[in-house]
Design a protein. Sequence first.
Lengths: 520, 419
Amino acid sequence: MPVLELRGITKSFPGVKANQDISLTLEKGEIHALLGENGAGKTTLMNILYGLYRPDEGEILINDQKVDIEGPNDAIARGIGMVHQHFMLVPVMTVTENVMLGNETTKSGVFLDREKVSQRIREISNQYGLEVDPEAYIKDLPVGIQQRVEIIKVLYRQADILILDEPTAVLTPQEVDGLFKIIHSLIDAGKSLIFITHKLKEVLHIADRITVLRLGKVVGSAIPGEVDEQKLAEMMVGREVNLVVNKKIAEPGAAVLEVKDLYVPDERGNPSVNGLNLDVRAGEVVGVAGVQGNGQTELVYALTGLLPIKSGSIHLSGRDIHKCTPRQIIEQGVAHVPEDRQKHGLVLSFPLLDNMVLCTYYKPPFAKGVNMQEKPIAENGTGLVKQFDVRTPSIFVAASTLSGGNQQKVIVAREFSRPIKLLIASQPTRGLDVGSIEYIHGRIIEKRDEGTAVLVVSSELDEIIALSDRIAVMYRGRIVDILPAGATKEHLGLLMAGVKPEDIPDSAKQKSAGPVEKVF
Amino acid sequence: MTDKTVKTTPSEKKDNKFDLRQIFEGSYNTLLPLLAIFTGLVIGAIVIAGTDATVIEAWKNFFQAPGAAFAAAWTSIATAYGALFGGSLGNPKEILAGIQAYFSTGDSAALLKSIYPISESLVTATPYIFAGLAVAVGFRCGLFNIGAEGQFFMGALGSVFVGYSLKGLPAIIHLPLALLGGIAAGALWGAIPGYLKAKFGAHEVVNTIMMNWIGFRLSDWLLNGPMKAPGYRPVTSAVSEAAELPRFFPDPLRLNWGFILALLVAWLIYWLLFKTTIGFEIRTVGANPDAAKYAGVNIVRNFVLAMVISGGLAGLSGASQVLGVDHWVGQGFSAGYGFDAIAIALLGKSHPLGVVLAALLFGVLRGGATRMQSMAGIPVDIISIIQGLVIIFVAAPGIIRWLYRIHPAKNKQALQSRG
């Protein structure tokens, strides 16, 4: 008997069928992965299950009982818990306070009973190996631990069915390992789990059963042993997908970017880049690998003029640019695909055509004097939408209406379409689906082959390995080692974790299926 | 969420400038303010009827004579709003008769008398247009200029000073100089908080409020000292005739070139905001300062620039009032134009056309209020209540959506969520 069954769920929004006749079952103690690209309807389906939307058609059964879920509180009461991709935590409160928020346990009706809740958190924590300090403040906890707090919140409310929405998107490799251990202990305790993702390797590693969604419909289901990545990717995207980036051997030219002894404090003045040296030559991709928070963000900000440096030098084709403004750096031929596309990359309320000229609006042909020229701007927008395959009803709609993948394509289109000699791409495919990743990777290699120097910063090791001609590993604000393209993940992983290059065992440098390799 | 764009290839619709969704969103954006005004008037009507002694008396006998109760309420509302709109727009019959008389006899007295209410409404709307534009430019750059009131006052003082201190200049030189004097004084009053924000990060809301107080007290001193006209009252001398904005009609109609200037300036601001690189930068900084910095836009310079333009417009507002209507400045001259301007910019969605329309509405309401008081015995303050309600409904569109069951925004939000 399945603990949860969805029968023929259909949900439409004006102009869109988000879910069409979706049926699936979840058995007790099962990990059921829901796989699909962005916009396939995974989140809509889960929001229906969590009571945030009402289905137009279809029914939901819990333990063979037909139910009508009226809202999140109702879903929680029926034992369904959801861990959102973006955490719903109050940073200035403790773990205990966050867990009890919305469901406060009180003494004599008015006073919060923190001790009782802390006690319960410790029990849950021990039972499932979550290792969370109930007294810690959320703002002091790393992302991986914050996610555990979200899981505790759900368990505290006695959920039996857990929905994890893209849980690994924000985690480091080590944290992902930890999450998977927790998931197994949850299953051992009789919980059932729906795991939403678009990462193929994870699905094959952890799921008992896989259901693939595309354009709001179930296109198939599979069992990990019987399919491989290639097959799953094809089901997801609906066509053959090239998972390996095809590229020729790089033919590097002269150094375009030369960074020497760079020191950069972050926005609060704490040292974050500490004596960094790095060269990027024309026609090569240098990947910067590293666990997030080791100064990568500040490095990129310093290179693009967004953050002042403390000391050291940055040379672009031999010219010192460390005192240049962002505009001067842009004008010298630097393109920047920013880490946070909604913060830096786009003006969400502006239409696409304006976003397409965000860095060049003041130059001919887009402006004559102060007069902006509507026709060239519209032509530029139309051309780039076509050339970069941005899926949009029109160039006049606001950037906010596009999906994440298409928003990223708008940025890539804008940055790649002007003459550049250095491309800095920070997390270029974060949160994107397989099809978009394939596309953007192809474009990056294309730029390299045109002779552009490319610096890719990514927390996804797969991405670094797929794109890079040389891999620089960043740890605590320095480049600790630079490895050639064929480096093993184990070798990179140890360097990223802070092991000194001279202490790396030879076994780690050879291609072998280490424990990290299996997951990623 | 299924991406709604998947099925539409870009080539199908790319050249269609009048995209359906755009039109829909456009009408939705204009629909809300209209419904807000309508709802404000309806609630205003209820307040008018509910505070009228005869209506209350009639409703006490509701069960005996329900018809009379409704009739009394209707009469009360109709009289009040009749007086309000008659007092602000004039009586159509009288206007028609005036036109006939003018063409048959050449006597314009009746016509001028009949259009006096409209003239007064437009006179009131003129400073509202300038000041509304001032606040709107600030909003577009992400700045909340609460200092329009002080900038208005400084602009009035600047223009009156140029107006009365220079003698013997021809109007073609004196009037532009006087207007520039107002713009410069207002711009200076706006530039100071703009610079403080850009340079030291001091919040413009606090600083513009403080600048208001400095402006008021400075003007007290000026009007009692250096700028005081001979005599015992704390007022300035009148500006020389060459500095006045010419009036279209003989007294008592006060409609003047300030109104035409206001419309021209509204068009100029529209052009500046939406057709030039200057406006593109201002709007980018306002919509997303992080992206503006990333794109190489100088945020500091745009903050100062937007506050200078905003202050200059508020100053021009004061100048138009001095040079077009009053011709001199006395204590307490500003009378809340700068604060109403915030409401006008909100109601007009910070768009120059919207600001002009909102300013006209405020002009009509204010223009008719006095007449409503004298004719129907309804206090002028009812207009403040209606204005307040309209602003609440514009600032909290959720109320209007709930009231009229409009839900497009919710669906739009749903479309944005990721899959």
